[in-house]
Design a binder for this molecule. Structure first.
Ligand code: SAH
Length: 343
């Protein structure tokens, strides 16, 4: 059975053509899928005969809202969505002055093994299909009843480990007949899969690339992120420079500040040296405590000192604002808790 949300506009057009349907039907159905149709019956302006014909070999899978938490402080909304095979993933909707943003997952679990990350503790179960990635935006938007304008691929999973489905998703979510979200409003975050960064540069999509760096040298990065053993910092930086050259887009480096591990002024200076002259921005994230790991964030003063040291050395840097602090559960924690409870 074909999941219709897995198809690009062009693929749907081809499928409908082969089924003997008129050309305009594609825009109609594609738009229903983006609006959150849960079955063929929802597509009220599509003739019944067409719906019956399609339902013989196509399916539409709605995402089920399994759990939902809304922050009383800033309205940040976390969803635990259930997929058609019973697996669960997380998405988070955040309200900003400039619009509504969603943080989405790209895989069920993750195999990258970053020491501070809750998403990777149970390993990788499976990649998401492009339709499942898209459905998170579709069903969150349907639930909140307002337009989502920005997407960050920073939820569970490593997007460049699920490369083809992620690229397909980007094309689908950008299509004018669908959700029509501009590439400039989309960020993709990677732990640093160098091959994927080179490939992505070739796609020439004006999305923002975020790179999870978290350390100024290989010694610390090896401890925090196993991926660094395969792609050490020098190679990663070479790929980042090639990406900037090919796309002329600024890279955003994510740096989770972990007390006593990577947050000293000396390490800030080392980081500044590494990034000197690059078209980039550093996003400092006070580490979210993960109880299995024992890492904790530093004081406000320590975080500020790291920020000021970078800035004084000419590096563009900001500290990420914490949203939804009352509903805790940084990405990966909700799914983990749910899995533990169902054992
Ligand atoms: N796999 C991708 C995207 C998912 S994680 C990546 O690695 O970039 C999104 C961001 O949150 C990454 O920068 C990740 O390193 C960071 N992160 C994960 N766990 C964290 C934690 N406990 N505290 C702070 N940041 C964390």
């Amino acid at each position: 059975m074909i999941d219709l949300r897995d198809l690009t506009y062009e693929e749907l057009e081809e499928l409908l053509k082969n089924a003997g349907e008129p050309k305009f039907r594609c825009a109609q159905i594609f738009s229903w899928l983006a609006k959150g149709a849960e079955s063929f019956d929802d597509m009220t302006d599509v003739p019944k005969s067409t719906r019956e014909k399609l339902s013989a070999f196509c399916r539409i899978y709605p995402l089920k809202i399994c759990e939902k938490y809304i922050s009383k402080i800033d309205k940040t909304t976390k969803y635990l969505f259930e997929l058609s095979d019973g697996n669960c993933i997380e998405s988070v909707v955040m309200y900003y002055k400039h619009g509504i943003s969603i943080c989405i997952s790209s895989e069920v679990g993750c195999k990258m093994g970053c020491r501070f990350c809750a998403s990777t503790i149970g390993g990788l179960t499976r990649p998401l299909t492009s339709g499942e990635i898209l459905s998170q935006v579709v069903f969150a938007q349907k639930d909140i009843g307002e337009r989502i304008s920005n997407i960050v691929m920073m939820g569970i999973g490593e997007p460049l480990d699920n490369y083809d489905n992620v690229i397909k998703f980007l094309h689908c979510v950008n299509h004018p007949a669908g959700l029509n979200i501009g590439y400039r409003h989309i960020s993709l975050s990677t732990c640093g899969l160098v091959d994927g960064i080179y490939k992505l540069a070739e796609e020439k999509l004006p999305i923002t690339l975020s790179v999870s760096l978290h350390a100024p040298n290989d010694e610390i990065r090896n401890q925090l992120m196993p991926v660094n053993k395969k792609y050490p910092i020098k190679e990663l930086m070479r790929a980042c420079r090639a990406y900037i050259k090919a796309t002329t887009r600024r890279i955003s480096f994510e740096y989770s500040l972990i007390s006593g591990v990577n947050d000293s002024p000396e390490q800030a200076r080392e980081l500044a040296g590494l990034l000197k002259g690059m078209l980039c921005h550093v996003n400092l994230i006070p580490v979210n405590k993960v109880k299995e790991r024992g890492y904790k964030k530093g004081s406000k003063e320590e975080i500020d000192r790291f920020l000021k040291t970078l800035q004084a050395l000419g590096i563009n840097a900001t500290v990420r604002r914490e949203l939804g602090s009352d509903i805790s559960a940084s990405c990966g924690q909700l799914r983990k808790k749910h899995m533990e409870e169902s054992i």
